[in-house]
Design a protein around this ligand. Sequence first.
Ligand code: NDP
Length: 293
Amino acid sequence: MTTTILDGKRTAELTRNALLDTISQLTQSGHTPGLAVVLVGNDPASRVYVNSKVKACEQLGIYSQKWVLSAETTQTELLDLIHKLNEDPRIHGILVQSPPPSHIDETEVIRHIDPRKDVDGFHPVNVAKLVLDDPSGFVPCTPLGCMELLKTYGIPTVGKHAVVLGRSMIVGKPMASLLVGKESNATVTIAHSRTEGLEEVCRSADILVAAVGKPQLVKASFIKPGAVVIDVGINRVRDASSPRGYRLVGDVDFPNVQPLCSAITPVPGGVGPMTIAMLMSNTVKACRQISGC
Ligand code: NDP
């Protein structure tokens, strides 16, 4: 079977290019989109993510603020900053990099972000809007990126059976809501660690989205021939032959699964690059909605 590789790098570039005109028009009318990224602590991976988000803003002409707070920052101090950013007219999007140190109550912090600036789409108001099919809400960037890939490659979802493997609030649940929503009209099954007959459930999928965080859990035997497979997983596995000592693999056993699929995302270069592109898109949307432009 000929398999289409769903190229996230290229699709993210198309998304960014499409945003440039809107950003330029907004800037000319005095409403430059602005994103504040807040990092608490020194987690090296989080630093990399934060820096790449700020860099993406710079490349597109989005105003950005990077707040790096010490690991000892209290919940009250963090909430004070969030309240300031809520009031700052230069800022349309606020993102607190996850995970914060363990003494910070992340759920509570998210509830303090103005839902109109919640470009991560984690605030309960935006969760509700997603379920309600209300397009004014913000959808978490990773599932939004998966949908953008499906749209860009013209993959039909209407009436298809989609299985979403994973039920996190960041990926699995919003992904399932998008697929079952009025734009996509798929029939959706959500599977998780307590699902019985996981392999069989996955094998019934026309579209399989894997978001479990378990390297190469999805084997060839999980795949219906001709299925579309979206691999959200990003896992480090030891690899002595790599200069870094590890390589990145997804939740899907790509070499063995790929020949069975009609389309599949690679890891890296699939869903990953889409996530930041969707963050930029959400920031522009927030700017337009707040400024009324
Ligand atoms: P979570 O750990 O929050 O959720 C994992 C989900 O997978 C849970 O619902 C869990 O079930 C389920 N699960 C775990 N093991 C199994 C199993 N053996 N069989 C069936 N289900 C299982 O992870 P996230 O949703 O945050 O992330 C998932 C993956 O996506 C990770 O690899 C992460 O790195 C990656 N990711 C990638 C992003 C990107 O930009 N490409 C962004 C965000 C995440 P249960 O609920 O029962 O515990």
